[in-house]
Design a protein around this ligand. Structure first.
Ligand code: FAD
Length: 254
């Protein structure tokens, strides 16, 4: 687009993205691509356009396979001065320094909305979630089997609760399938032992993470320094960091 077009062009000056797209089209800085794949093409096309075209257009991807045809993807919104100026509702022919000056002047002149102090409302209804650990060390009683949170609660610090529940169900479903296929009860009877190995590991790891990341004692105390030392040690020691990572992503062999 020539500077002349930008100078003459009267923009809509609205905050509506549809109007913004119309303005960008009039600037001749809009491309539309239909049918590009989200996994294989969207990112690649975006990068190619950015790297190869001196004045890269904004690009709207339509009809992305596997997605609602009413949804569109917009990339490279602010890659030119004109589009940046358009978005900021500044004159489109500004060069970079005048544009920054204009933006700074606007920010300086901004009048913050006067604060309205409130003393009541949902935001004040805050609570600290208790970090609790709970454990039933036997998941079977005759024909009753427990799985997931019904048997064990871990504090959320290790992100293990749902993973444990799914792992329990995997052990249990395999055992039930075996039983109904061949009346073989061995896996059912081993369920508790098999599942508990992972559960205890996760209990320990979650407890470790809670003690590591949550303030345990007042600053400067003995416990405070132990916690800090442990934290520093993760940064220093590859072996310790690996142990943490291994537990975090899950131990396949348990
Ligand atoms: C805020 C929060 C964040 C979490 N973040 C993570 C995380 O990042 N990663 C992770 O791995 N885990 C996380 N968890 C833990 C995870 O959500 C639970 O460990 C997991 O959902 C347990 O699965 P579950 O099937 O055992 O129990 P639930 O998901 O609680 O399912 C039990 C179901 O039984 C239903 N139910 C209860 N009583 C009855 C009844 N009498 N009759 C019929 N139905 C009933 C309930 O409505 C519920 O749908 C988080 C938990 C919370 C609360």
């Amino acid at each position: 687009m020539s500077t002349a077009v930008a100078t003459q062009m009267k923009t809509t000056g609205t905050c509506d993205l549809r109007e913004w797209l119309k303005d960008v089209k009039r600037l001749e800085q809009l491309e539309q691509i239909s049918g590009a794949h989200w996994d294989l093409e969207l990112g690649a096309l975006t990068e190619i356009i950015l790297e190869r075209i001196a004045t890269p257009p904004a690009v709207v991807f339509d009809n992305v396979p596997g997605f609602d045809p009413n949804r569109r993807v917009l990339v490279n919104m602010l890659e030119t001065l004109e589009r940046t100026a358009l978005t900021l509702n500044l004159p489109l022919d500004l060069k970079i320094i005048p544009l920054i000056d204009a933006l700074r002047a606007r920010l300086r002149a901004m009048q913050p909305i006067t604060a309205n102090v409130v003393s009541d409302g949902p935001i004040f209804e805050k609570a600290i979630t208790p970090m609790r650990s709970f454990m039933i060390d036997n998941l079977q009683c005759g024909r009753l089997f427990l799985a997931g949170d019904a048997a064990h609660i871990v504090p959320p610090t290790g992100g293990k609760g749902l993973n444990l529940a799914v792992a329990d169900v995997k052990w249990l479903s395999d055992a039930i399938v075996q039983f109904y296929k061949s009346t073989d009860e061995r896996l059912l009877n081993a369920y508790s032992t098999n599942a508990l190995r992972r559960i205890w590991r996760a209990q320990d790891f979650s407890n470790f993470m809670t003690n590591l990341f949550h303030k345990q004692a007042s600053q400067g105390s003995f416990e405070y320094h132990l916690q800090k030392s442990k934290f520093d040690y993760i940064r220093l020691s590859k072996a310790y960091a690996t142990t943490l990572a291994e537990n975090y992503v899950g131990l396949k062999e348990i």
